[in-house]
Design a binder for this molecule. Sequence first.
Ligand code: LLP
Length: 434
Amino acid sequence: MATPLGAAAIMCAFHRDDNKQLSVDGLPLIAIANRYGSPVYVYSAAGIIDAFNSFQRAVAPVNGKVHFAMKANSTLGVLALIGKLGGGMDIVSGGELARAIAAGIKPDDVVFSGVGKTSDEIRQALVCGIGQINAESPAEVAAISAIAAEMNYVAPVALRVNVDVDPGTHAKISTGQRDTKFGISTDGRVASDLYQQLVNDPHIVPAGLAVHIGSQIRDLVPFEHAYSALLALAIDLRDAGFPVPHLDLGGGVGVDYNTASPTDFTEYGALVERLFAGQGFSLGFEPGRSIVANNGVLITRVIYVKQGDNKRFIIVDAAMNDLLRPTLYGAHHAICTLDETGISTGKADIVGPVCETGDYLGLDYDMPDLSAGDALAILSTGAYGAVMASNYNSRSPAAEVMVIDGEAHLLRPTRTIDDYINDETIPHIANMSS
Ligand code: LLP
């Protein structure tokens, strides 16, 4: 249902002010839409700060170091804010490494995850002095070792293991089971033997083990299974005489997409403390979604309202190229009007202008009467929103704005169509033999 932000959402970064205007930090969102146009992503700095600090507090008893999974939101302004709070970054590409550095993050505070790091990316990471590389296969360990040898360098490498735990989330974002491409199996001796290989390699300093079983996990049981398996392996390796200084517990803590309220990390922190306190490993965490999702909204305006034979369609100026999650995962994002909560006058599909039936932002939502120009907010879009945008249908993706102390700052403008066209070259088609 199209959620009028109700009592459950009172603690949200985005709230109704006394005039029933959806606002952030005292600034009505309509003022941002008027100033920057639409569609536009709006982030709350205060909300991100609260979420990050609250995660840090939850893992403070185990002295956890937080590396924000910047795949969730890699806009420089967001990274710089998290860096200022003491966050490092979890990256998955050379591009993300360049962004982290451009945002002022120290390379030593960066962890490089992912199954397919290229030689160039490994070189780039080693040259800048990356804090840790999480390797995911024997072939990757061999590549890192060879590149480190050639550079006369010692690479800090942890092994990401696959502990075969079903995280109970959407199949496309589950990474913990054996038949996914992620991690090194803990079945038999594969992971243990590879770890021993790290220890014996003069070009590698073994950093420990890592695990990440998936995203948007709202039940602690899969975390408990995965973390227990990781701990058992780490203790085995240590008992066998291998140094295992660090355990990286990944990300994955879910958020409430119905109320857009902040995630409470207390129970997660208590679980981690119960399992790991006093075990003698330093701990790292890679939260992404739970830091930013509910601290961002996508503002869009109605272009047309169309009454179909069976349905009402609200056609808006944001589309799947701006926010892919509903199309790709069938994800639910609450949608509400900016100026008042509005009484529902029936169901509607909120759709974009892209020429695909799959281009929708919400299906069968209870919506009030709307007309052209009305502004809507698509909630919980601070994570995996702008980062997954594309230029599909030659549409320029939404700009991004952050509200800091009640003031709006443009983090990234939209790209104009000329920016795209000017990047391209037409070969000598006129001279082509046909
Ligand atoms: N660490 C690793 C190694 C990861 O692969 C991920 C996410 C994270 C940390 C952060 O997980 P989080 O705390 O955000 O759950 N595009 C999808 C989500 C993909 C997540 C991929 N990996 C979506 O929109 O739901």
